[in-house]
Design a protein around this ligand. Structure first.
Ligand code: PEP
Ligand code: MN
Length: 350
């Protein structure tokens, strides 16, 4: 941390800052310039926060040098992490730097038949993790809210039938135990990224967490949200860029593709892309998936539906037929071009 003194700060002001820093066990290195004095602080960042340095007389500014997140930062854990999804003893799927993980499934679980059919479509396209919402965070309280526990049971049955581990969203901290009981990975959606109680509950659940970026969150805020989960002793967190809200109305959200390399440079956590919720349009899902693979994402998560016309949620972005075949091809061919092993080659391994 660096404290910048104002040009009119006195020697007493500087001495007072040094005294405060030393009072919490820190060290202060004073550097006097022609106009200004700056003070470099070494020690525990949290204890410096408690000093309210900005309120001291003569202090013009305080700058942080290290990341505000610790557990998820590469400053403290240089190597990029791999998160394994799926129960011990059954098929486990890695998400991380050496592989490319293709995850797909319906936006919402509607019926056992629809879920199984979507899972089979996803699997035959090369997906190795099944997605599907049992609890849907809808903008309107009148829209389909998901099947709840019944949806979780359907997902667990389809997971057993296909051998695909399941990721599903949890929207309320009270539901974390039941979701963790049925699913292999807990999803925190964009609307709940900063629901800190939910993040902590998910961190306590003993299952990997897929943390989507808040639609108006900066990358730093998103990583701080991940830190909430990590702080509970759960480092099995995968980040998901799903588009942010901008002034552009042609897509539902604007996919921030640069978030992928930015996150990979600052955090060791894996990062995947959700082109379906970013675009909200099925014609953009394949091009955005190709972009995600090319930029070095650790995976994608895509909506598929056996009958998008009858989908109870997000039908316009669900893939079927030609687009799904194109996506399958992209996921087979492109990861190898950027030095990754595609999901489909991993089936039966791990
Ligand atoms: C979803 O994945 O079903 C979902 C609601 O996504 P998001 O939170 O990104 O909108
Ligand atoms: Mn959706």
């Amino acid at each position: 941390m660096v404290v910048v003194m104002s040009p009119d700060a006195t020697d007493e002001d500087v001495a007072h800052v040094v005294e405060k820093v030393e009072s919490v066990g820190g060290e202060a290195f004073v550097s006097k310039g022609v106009v200004r004095t700056i003070i470099g602080l070494v020690g525990d960042l949290e204890s410096f926060h408690g000093l309210n340095l900005r309120t001291l007389r003569g202090v013009a500014d305080v700058h942080r040098i290290s990341d505000p997140y610790k557990l998820v930062s590469r400053q403290h854990h240089a190597e990029r992490s791999t998160v394994w999804v799926g129960a011990e003893g059954s098929r486990r799927v890695p998400i991380g730097p050496d592989t490319f993980t293709f995850m797909a499934g319906p936006c919402a679980v509607e019926t056992p038949e629809q879920t199984l059919e979507a899972a089979r479509m996803a699997q035959s396209a090369g997906a190795t993790i099944l997605r599907g919402g049992a609890y849907k965070p809808r903008t309107s309280p009148y829209a389909f809210q998901g099947l709840g526990v019944r949806g979780l049971e359907i997902l667990a049955d389809v997971s057993a039938a296909t051998g695909m581990p399941v990721v599903t969203e949890v929207v309320d901290a009270r539901d974390v135990p039941v979701v963790a009981e049925h699913a292999d990975m807990l999803q925190i959606g964009t609307r709940n990224m900063a629901n800190f109680g939910l993040l902590q509950a998910a961190g306590d659940a003993g299952k990997p967490v897929l943390l989507k970026r808040g639609m108006t969150a900066t990358i730093e805020e998103w990583l701080m949200a991940a830190e909430y989960i990590a702080q509970r002793g759960n480092l099995d967190v995968v980040l998901c860029e799903r588009g942010i809200r901008t002034f552009e109305p042609s897509t539902r959200n604007t996919l921030d593709i640069s978030a992928v390399p930015v996150v990979q440079a600052t955090s060791h956590l894996p990062i995947i892309v959700d082109p379906s919720h970013a675009a909200g349009r099925k014609d953009l899902v394949v091009p955005l998936s190709r972009a995600a693979i090319a930029v070095g994402a650790d995976g994608i998560i895509v909506d598929v539906h056996p009958d998008p016309e009858s989908a109870l949620c997000d039908g316009p972005q669900a893939l079927l037929g030609t687009e799904l075949r194109e996506l399958a091809q992209a996921c087979r061919r492109l990861p190898a071009m950027v030095g990754r092993v595609g999901s489909h080659e991993r089936v039966g391994q791990g």
